[in-house]
Structure formats: C-alpha cells, structure tokens
Design a protein around this ligand. Sequence first.
Ligand SMILES: [Zn+2]
Length: 409
Amino acid sequence: MTGEKIQSIFRDTAYVRTGGSGAELRTAQYLVERCGDYGVSAKIWPFKVDMADVKSAELIADGRKIPCKGYLCCGSGEVEAELYYLPNTDKCSLAGCRGKVVMIDGYLGYWTYHDILDNGAVGFITYDGDANYIDRDIDRRELRSYVSEGKKILGVNINAKDAIEIIKSGCKTVRIAIEQEEYEGESRNVIAEIPGETDETVVFTAHYDSTSLSQGAYDNMSGSIGILAALEKFSSVKPRRTLRFIWCGSEERGLLGSKAYTASLSEEELKKIVLNINLDMIGSAMGRFIACCSSENKLVNYIEYFACEYGFGISCRQDVYSSDSTPFADKGVPSLSFARLAPHNTATIHNSYDTADVMSAEQMKKDIDFINAFSERMINAAAFPVVHEIPDEVKKKLDYYLLREREKK
Ligand SMILES: [Zn+2]
C-alpha cells in the first residue's frame, strides 16, 4: 500500500465514530468499499448493543454549575448528597462512601463500581482530560451493562481542571440530574474472506470505532489500514490457509464486536481458526513496536527470532492484551496483538489529539511490511506450528481481564 493511499484513508475517516453510531456505520460502508478496491467483497455483520440518548445532564457543586456529560445507560433522575473524594479503594477509604456522591480517579471499572455500591454510594463523578492541557474537553462515558449488572446509580464525567477546583474549594454538596432514553441499538463488524487451499483459517482483526472525542487515526484507523494492507497483499496470490479480515465495531465500548463475533461461532468453527492476528495502533511517528501473544511461549520466541532475522525492532511477551485478540484467546484461539506504543508526550489516545498528525505514513509502511512478512510465514506454513491451546497462566490472566476473578493487588 502506498503512502498516498494510507494518507487518503486517514483523511477520509477523520471524524468521530463511536460504537453503534451512524458515523460508525458510515465507516463500515467505507471499509466495504476499500475491500472492493482489491476485488474482495466484504459484508457488514450487525450485532446488538446498548444505546442511550442523554437529553440533559447537570452537575451542581455547592450551587455552582459544572460542565459535565452524563454517563450513558446509568438511568435517569436526580440525586443530591455530600461529595466524597475516593482516591483509593482500600477498606478505610471505601468506608466513607455511604450516602455520598463519590468522585473517583481514572476509569470506573467493574470492581471499583461494585466497591462503591457495596459501600453505599448514591452517585458518582469521574473526570478525564489532562489538567495540563489547554482544552476542557469531556469524554462521553458509559456505564457498561457488564459493569453495572443492572445496578445503576447516576454518574457524570467532568474535566480534570474542574475536578481539581471542586476538591480544592472544599465543596460540600453536589447534585446530579440526568434525563436519558436508553434503548437497544446496533453496532457492526465488517468481514471479508479470502479462501485458501485449506479451511484452516487465520483471522486478522482491527477495530475501527473511536471514542467520543477522537478521530481515532492512531487508535485505530492505523490498525484498520494495516489489515486492509494484508488483504491487499494476500488477495493477489492464493494463500495456503483461508484468511478472514474483521474490522471490529465497538471495541472502545468493551470489545463488543469481537465478543459478539466469537460468541457466534460453534466449537467446530473456532477449531478451524488457527491464529488471530490483531492490530491495535501501529505506524505512529514515535514509539516502540510490541507483540503481545495470548498463546504458548514458543510463538513469542518465534516472533522475536523472526524479527531479528528480518531486521525489525520489537519487544515480545506472553500476556493478555486489552483489544480484540482477547475474546479469541478466551475461546481457545491462539491470538496476538501487534502495536507501536508511542510515548504519551508524543501521541495520546481517546481524546481530540488523536489525529493523522501523530502518524507517519513511512512508519506505517514499515510496520505493515513486517506484519505482512510474519503473517505470510504463518499463512503459508507447511504445517501450522502454533498449538491450538491457551496455557494456564494466560487463562488466569483472561479470568482477571474478563472480570471472572479479582486480582489481588
Ligand atoms: Zn484501540
């Protein structure tokens, strides 16, 4: 794929496309057309997702109105209570939650949400953005159904600068009021296939959705272009193994596209998938390349040796990656994610700074060439070398990541 083509795709997709939105659908249709550029027909594969339209959201802190966004799917109504800042989820800090609206740092994960609920919180405030940045952007967050498990309290997200001001001012009472309509909607994967000589299948994945403030050039139109480049390469010569390309929707909402897709496959269909190669953020101007393998360690070693022979700097490890490779691994499919991780002061994600400006078409091409060279070895291997089994230590990490078990910190 040429640098011009790469840049034209970044230009054409320079808009926000959250999971389940009309903009996500527009990108899905665009990807179908791009597959068509190489004579490969792709289809849109829809799946159900929770959606919400927030009509109004208000946060009043000691009589002062604070800019906020209401959490999607946290219910409607209002709550007024004392504010409590929870900097940590130790027993002593959590004991202070009772009857309070609780402000927490970072993302509201499953365990923290249930900790504050169990300790009697009546509402919550999160904050994002960076107090050192000029903007006062606020990301649109969602109380995911697998986090709330139906137990909803009202919550808002605010900017970090306002969060600091609220805490420094010694704010006593806050009031949250939210009106929203919650409904079932649709997100979608885009799927294309190149038949091989056997039905052993290598599945390429990359998510194409973005978060609410982000054009998602780096995270993850870059990976979406990466697997399109693989489709381009392998569409011209018949590969030994069958190739499937899945552009996943709603990854940013909790890997929903890859979870829905893997859940739809029978045991037999899953057995045929010998490897999942996932790309989530490649081709940044700065940063180091990594491979994270949810598979036997031999694959980690192989990639390391192969990269050395090829002449490509990489750090490889066996682990679970927070991306669409994980639902495949959880179904027993050896999976790996490739990524080029940029230092945070050169490229950030999930905010309005994730644009084509942080990308390098030259680096994209180098990353794509390496990924294609590795993939070609796997796709055309005389016998498929990677065992179709997930080691116990990786299974343990999957239990933690997928919230089946709590990791003791
Ligand atoms: Zn991503």
